[in-house]
Ligand binder design. Structure first.
Ligand code: FCB
Length: 397
């Protein structure tokens, strides 16, 4: 593409990547989620099983990142592999992740490493998971073992993926393991996640003072359905709690903001509660509305923190790959606009590199730029991946 044809040009050094998580792609894990899956909890009846076999095929995955002309890859470490028994750290597992990081580096790909993407070692779950008083300390010990092995080689850390989504579904809504449905347990889990982030922040920094630590925060664009003072006040409250509560609590232990954007919610609030009134003009295969302008709004909302922002997830389930290329471009246009309007966005990771195991939905939703054959694990490129590769190559479009 000729330089003059690029309308949306991103700054040099902008990170272009994709995101995955250990449990969703590695295969062969044994943690609280696999235990739960076996109880027939997954919508399509599947279990994560061998997933994409990425624990073995990580080099192939990184080759695909290269094929996408990407210079970043976000992945997570599986706590249950690294610390299968409390206080006993598996050297082989740690070495494995070191090899993944080295492979990224060899390919000029910045590894963005997540410590906790929702799955727990069995011993941790048995002790009560995030409801245990000492859970933040347990997490810190894990972070310490990881930092000892990888601390010098990793710059970007994400301690916890989507603490609000995760704690809400696992401790309030009763949807994900451990399927609790209690406001007080939710608060407790959330408090412990906050403490876990803070403790591991200092641990990671003590091994590499130059590292950059954050969380991946799922922020949503909430809008009032009607223009009443009441409806607007409710939306303000929800926005405050959902988008900023966690970040405000950890704002002194944040080097950048990791943002995951998926949702726009048009809220109609009454004294009976609130309901969603989304128009859903365009939706993904899971029925989630596609609303690119929302990414602009949430980015502008993050300006007040005065920190660099990396988008750590944004994507859609689209088995036919009919909407993905437009989805990427339309979101990037709004990201570009948010940069023009003063937000310091420095990277974009698309969810996901591969079709993978979706938490309670199973293998039905297809989020990948690459399709994965569940028997042979062969990866095949979707057309939208080529569009994304062009964008990354030209640093714009
Ligand atoms: C996000 C999760 C990620 C993936 C996408 C679709 O909330 O962080 O693991 O499941 O949704």
């Amino acid at each position: 593409m000729a330089e003059q044809d690029i309308k949306y040009k991103f700054s040099s050094g902008f990170l272009w990547g994709t995101a995955t998580s250990a449990h969703q792609i590695e295969g062969g894990n044994e943690n609280n989620w696999t235990k739960w899956e076996k109880k027939g909890q997954i919508k399509d009846g599947s279990v994560s099983g061998r997933a994409c076999n990425s624990y073995e095929l990580y080099k192939e995955d990184i080759r695909l990142c290269k094929e996408l002309n990407n210079n970043a890859y976000r992945f997570s470490l599986e706590w249950s592999r690294i610390e299968p028994e409390q206080g006993k750290f598996d050297k082989e597992a740690l070495k494995h992740y070191q090899k993944v990081v080295e492979c990224c580096r060899k390919n000029n790909i910045e590894p963005l490493v997540t410590l906790y993407h929702w799955t727990q070692p069995l011993w941790f779950a048995k002790l009560g998971g995030w409801l245990h008083k000492r859970s933040p300390l347990f997490f810190r010990n894990y972070a310490e073992a990881v930092a000892k092995q990888l601390g010098r080689e990793v710059t970007f850390w994400c301690t916890i993926n989507e603490p609000m989504i995760y704690s809400y579904n696992s401790y309030l809504k009763g949807k994900w393991p451990p399927q609790k449905k209690s406001y007080w347990q939710w608060k407790k889990a959330l408090d412990n996640l906050i403490k876990a982030h803070k403790l591991s922040y200092f641990t990671l920094h003590s091994h590499n003072s130059k590292c950059k630590v954050s969380v991946a925060k799922n922020n949503q664009f909430f809008e009032p359905y009607v223009d009443s003072i009441f409806n607007k006040a409710v939306v303000k409250l929800i926005t405050h709690y959902w988008n900023y509560y966690f970040l405000n609590k950890i704002k002194n232990e944040l080097d950048y903001i990791g943002l995951n954007y998926y949702f726009h919610n048009l809220i109609y609030a009454s004294l009976k509660g609130h309901v969603l009134m989304n128009e859903n003009k365009i939706a993904n295969d899971l029925g989630w509305e596609i609303y690119p302008k929302g990414i602009y709004e949430v980015l502008i909302g993050l300006k007040k923190y005065n920190l660099p922002i990396y988008i750590l997830e944004n994507g859609l389930a689209d088995a036919k790959d009919e909407k993905r290329a437009d989805f990427i471009k339309s979101h990037l246009r709004y990201i570009y606009q948010a940069i023009k309007d003063g937000t310091d966005v420095r990277g974009y990771c698309h969810w996901s590199l591969l079709d993978n195991f979706e938490w309670s939905e199973g293998y039905e939703p297809k989020f990948g730029l690459y399709r994965v054959n569940p028997k042979t694990f062969e990866r095949t490129v979707r057309p939208s991946a080529k569009v994304y590769a062009e964008i990354a190559k030209n640093n714009g479009f």
